[in-house]
Write a protein that binds this ligand. Structure first.
Ligand SMILES: *Cc1c(COP(=O)(O)O)cnc(C)c1O
Length: 433
């Protein structure tokens, strides 16, 4: 299926080309030129993530050279567990959708591994391609893990110096080989702007072919729809009710995937975005203008985004602002409430949240308190708490066990270089100057 730019429908390319380019030439984001429609029965008998993903994504891959490989791509990318954990809060049943059982312990593994599995099956430029990735902490590690050691591909990671957890930093810098990590003297939005500038720089592209693996790449977004389809179908089969999702949000990739999944007819009900003290989206949804700004540092650092790129896709999906405001809600959760929620749910529910997931759990707790928690709520658990042990362990007063994959990465030596927060600095680094 072809993709078009959010800014200009006449900029139309194949899905394969959209995966390779990352960003459309007019600076817009690629979106599918139409959305397939499904009913739950279309997934009858499919009870594991790779099979659901294959069925869901098949229309997007139709007529693409990658179509015959889709089944293999789904099985290779989604080769780790996904868990839907049943919980009770003061008599209200809800679920946690655990998306952190992959190699780098955050949900970014789904998109990164899928994109990597697609890219290595695509014809490549003889000089190879460099994947640029701006990260607020988790994307970079997931992309590095997915592409490390793959021939014909190198990865350049940009992360905001001092703005990621020490374990996240280690996980970004421990690869070597075809992966280079840069600590940028700025914030995530600077990293993202540098990547966009490099992708739009034709002279640079001619010297060193570039692609992106940020959630601006449609190849990250589509596979994220698969877990919303999987979880909502499982709950639908159990209860006949649609699943209502609370999503810890920053750059809005995860939220966009959930909204796309609902738009394709899967049994998704309400979509609620939990943000941190970065208020661009909550204020916009409350009726103020779209005012991107510098990000502020919070405990949920992977959500410290002041200018979320995927808003452009969400606006494309709903066209007018009235429809958009009916489609989702967004609420901010500040650091003191993140801390309190980690403590309270550890004590009362026996679960340990990462600071990001705690924003979503906090909204659920507020509704239970106010008697408005009706529905089949699913808290999307975006990362393993062990990645943020410096925040979590002092709050809960005990150590968080490291998942084995993460423990292995933390044993490797780490190395990174410093970079000024400017497109010129990135250009020079890429050209080896
Ligand atoms: C990236 C990330 C988020 C935010 O996801 P977006 O798709 O950028 O909105 C939330 N939690 C964790 C742990 C993350 O790594």
């Amino acid at each position: 299926m072809d993709c078009v730019s959010t800014r200009d429908r006449s900029l139309r390319v194949s899905l394969g080309q959209a995966l390779r380019e990352g960003l459309a030439p007019d600076g817009g984001l690629y979106v599918p030129c139409e959305l397939p429609g499904f009913v739950p029965e279309d997934f009858a008998g499919l009870d594991n993530l790779p099979s659901v993903a294959e069925r869901l994504l098949q229309p997007f891959f139709e007529d693409e050279p990658l179509a015959p490989s889709l089944s293999e791509i789904c099985r290779e990318a989604f080769n780790f567990p996904i868990a839907l954990l049943p919980l009770q809060r003061k008599g209200h049943a809800f679920h946690a959708l655990e998306l952190f059982h992959g190699p780098t312990a955050a949900f970014k593994d789904f998109g990164a591994r899928f994109l990597a599995a697609c890219m290595v099956r695509q014809p490549q430029s003889p000089t190879g391609v460099t994947i640029l990735v701006a990260t607020s902490g988790d994307t970079g590690g997931a992309v590095a893990a997915a592409f490390h050691g793959r021939p014909g591909v190198s990865v350049v990671i940009l992360f905001p110096d001092g703005r990621v957890s020490p374990r996240q930093a280690h996980q970004l810098c421990c690869w070597g080989g075809n992966v280079a990590a840069y600590r940028v003297a700025g914030e995530f939005d600077d990293c993202q702007a540098m990547v966009k500038a490099a992708l739009g720089d034709r002279a640079l592209q001619a010297a060193r072919p570039l692609s992106s693996a940020n959630s601006i790449n449609i190849g990250r977004l589509l596979p994220q729809c698969a877990y919303y389809a999987f979880a909502s179908l499982q709950l639908w089969r159990e209860s006949g009710l649609k699943a209502d999702f609370i999503i810890p949000s920053g750059n809005l990739g995860n939220a966009c995937a959930c909204l796309l999944t609902r738009a394709m007819g899967l049994p998704v009900g309400r979509v609620v975005l939990a943000h941190n003290a970065n208020l661009t989206v909550p204020e916009f949804m409350a009726g103020e203008g779209w005012q991107p700004r510098a990000s502020v540092a919070t405990l949920a650092s992977a959500m410290d985004v002041g200018n979320p790129s995927n808003m452009e896709r969400i606006r494309w999906l709903y066209q007018d602002e009235h429809l958009l405001r009916q489609a989702l809600t967004a609420t901010a959760v500040l650091d003191p409430d993140i801390r309190r929620r980690i403590v309270a749910d550890h004590r009362e529910l026996g679960v340990t949240w990462c600071p990001h997931t705690a924003t979503a759990a906090e909204l659920h707790a507020r509704w239970v308190e106010s008697g408005t928690a009706d529905g089949q709520w699913v808290v999307v658990a975006t990362a393993h708490p062990a990645k943020f042990e410096q925040v979590v362990e002092p709050l809960i007063g005990e150590a968080v066990d490291l998942p084995p994959a993460l423990a292995e990465l933390l044993h490797r030596p780490a190395q990174s270089s410093r970079l000024d927060a400017s497109p010129a600095a990135l250009r020079a680094a890429l050209l080896g100057a």
